[in-house]
Design a binder for this molecule. Structure first.
Ligand SMILES: [Zn+2]
Length: 300
């Protein structure tokens, strides 16, 4: 189901409901984010993305989950005030909607913000123990993973914090969050992972996804380690509006293919695209797909 060299996204897209849609939603009770989801999915499809996300247009990566979990009070930063528990699916409805508008041949990726990143994004007034807090999130997010598994083709856990500080319980957290999941599992860690890459290769996941455009030195790290996972190869920057040319991206793809071959590669931007203008995001995705097509045609 996950083709080598498939074009994907890390997840978020720079798409928001318009002021008019928000105002009309307020009056009619209609959900304006359903429109933004549809636009995010359509934009990905149009640009050649093959493993599509729902665009995560509703909120930031922490808040989008925090606000639906029991035990969290939403303030400027969410606060853990009681035992954290899953109280029903958070993204299932959006993913079903995304699935219903996906053309044949495109597959769907479900996004879950990882337990460690969730634990770093909330203020803890209940557990007073970082490991317990993160473990409670892992348990709750596992219920979410099980709920969305039937409608998605791959589930991705986003743990940007693993490149900032790597907790001793990292592997247990990922294992717990993915417990019982049989579909392909991806772990996205942005930032410079060169110091923790050896430990990431021990993760019980099928795909490791990292930022190779912002951290080209990671290529040599790939060379130095053996690993069984596929690599999500971030090949355009998500923090820079400049649209990389097809030539540039093709050269980056050739570089990594020289190390790993193409069978275990997925092609995507470094990170979520929510912080750059839509035109820039779309240009990057289009050029990425064109570069992939060119290097694969050359490889034949
Ligand atoms: Zn990221």
């Amino acid at each position: 189901m996950i083709r080598p060299m498939a074009i994907t996204v890390v997840g978020s897209m720079p798409v928001q409901p318009s002021t008019e849609e928000l105002a009309s939603g307020y009056q009619t009770g209609e959900d304006p984010f359903e429109r933004s989801l549809e636009r995010a999915v359509a934009a990905q499809v149009e640009c050649g993305v093959e493993i599509v996300s729902d665009g995560q247009t509703r909120d930031t990566m922490v808040n989008v989950f925090a606000r639906h979990l029991r035990g969290i009070r939403m303030k400027e930063r969410p606060i853990a005030i009681a035992d954290i528990e899953w109280k029903g699916s958070i993204a299932l409805k959006d993913l079903e909607r995304a699935r219903s508008i996906l053309p044949k041949g495109r597959v769907l990726k479900g996004l879950i913000t990882g337990p460690y990143t969730m634990s770093k994004g909330v203020v803890d007034q209940h557990y007073n123990d970082p490991a317990e807090l993160a473990t409670a999130f892992a348990r709750a997010l596992n219920s979410e993973a099980r709920a969305i598994e039937p409608v998605v083709n791959v589930i991705q856990l986003d743990e940007p914090f693993f490149s900032v500080e790597y907790p001793s319980i990292a592997k247990e957290l990922v294992k717990k969050a993915f417990e019982g999941i049989t579909k392909p599992k991806a772990l996205h860690v942005c930032g410079d992972v060169s110091k923790v890459f050896d430990r990431l290769t021990e993760m019980p996941v099928d795909i490791l996804d990292h930022e190779f455009a912002a951290h080209p030195g990671l290529l040599s790290v790939l060379k130095e380690h053996s690993f069984k996972q596929s690599i999500g190869y971030g090949c355009v920057r998500s923090d820079d509006v400049r649209i990389e040319t097809v030539d540039e991206i093709a050269a980056r793809l050739q570089n990594v293919m020289g190390i790993t071959g193409h069978e275990r590669l997925l092609v995507d931007p470094d990170c979520g695209l929510r912080n750059i203008p839509l035109e820039s995001a779309l240009g990057k995705l289009r050029n990425m797909a064109a570069a992939r097509d060119r290097v694969m045609a050359d490889a034949r």
